[in-house]
Design a protein around this ligand. Structure first.
Ligand code: PEP
Length: 254
């Protein structure tokens, strides 16, 4: 089998869970459990816990990031947070376009695109989430939706900047539902996304793009998902809240 040119990247998305103390305890527990793993380990933690998480994760394999940000550099936007503030507390990446942001907070591709460009220009890496709803799946619109989300959310992102982008295919119907996509279903969508990127940028950009699968990933389905050719990593919500469970996903090869 030919070696993939892409690293394995396993990320946890804690959503609106964990205080500072809980975050620090989690990282203390996780560090020894993932020490030997060849995978890159990312944790997207609540804003309030970023600084402490970064300090606790120092010297380990774990990289800390955020779950959202505003598109402006600064300004009168009460309650919002800017890329440079995330960098200031040590975040290295940000998740953008998560389905909970798209659907609960009505974020459009245009808005997400402005955030993507802001994050990249300020020096944050981006995990961009894309995925179809159940209705769109049933109507056979998956490819159409993925293409639109990809091209609109990544509009005007340069080939150089694409090196700092990871994609996460997260079918909305699979997120938090205990109903994951089958490995073949996910592989098909990942292959389609990679092909879109190859056409819109070039085959080399596509070949090096890490595409994670997200949606009800658990220790018992991680290995089978990761065996697919175009699945390079996993974005894990619920199962990333326990250090022991998340470590089993990170160590899926064991
Ligand atoms: C997510 O929040 O990105 C996610 C995939 O959630 P879950 O793993 O709980 O489905």
């Amino acid at each position: 089998m030919t070696q993939s040119p892409r690293p394995v990247v396993i990320a946890g998305n804690w959503k609106m869970y964990k205080t500072i103390a809980e975050s620090v305890d989690f990282i203390k527990a996780l560090v020894p459990l993932v020490q030997e793993s060849p995978s890159q380990v990312l944790l997207a933690v609540p804003f309030t816990a970023i600084k402490s998480a970064v300090d606790e994760a120092k010297g380990s394999r774990i990289t800390i990031g955020a779950q959202n940000m505003n598109d402006a550099s600064d300004g009168a936007f009460t309650g919002e947070i800017a890329a440079r503030m995330l960098i200031d507390v040590g975040a290295e990446f940000v998740i953008l376009g998560h389905s909970e942001r798209r659907h609960l907070f009505k974020e459009s591709n245009t808005f997400i695109n402005r955030k993507v460009k802001r994050a990249l220009s300020e020096g944050l890496k981006v995990i961009l989430c894309v995925g179809e709803t159940l209705d769109q799946l049933d109507q056979g619109k998956t490819h159409e939706v993925l293409k639109e989300q990809l091209l609109e959310s990544l509009a005007e992102v340069s080939m150089e900047q694409m090196k700092s982008v990871t994609l996460a295919y997260e079918p909305v119907w699979a997120v938090g539902s205990d109903c994951p996509a089958t490995p073949l279903q996910a592989q098909e969508a990942h292959h389609f996304c990679r092909d879109c990127i190859a056409k819109a940028w070039n085959p080399e950009v596509a070949e090096h793009l890490v595409i994670q699968y997200g949606g009800s990933v658990k220790p018992d389905n991680a290995k089978e998902l990761m065996a697919q050719k175009d699945i390079d990593g996993l974005l894990v919500g619920g199962a990333s809240l326990s250090a022991e469970t998340f470590s089993k996903i990170v160590n899926y090869q064991d």
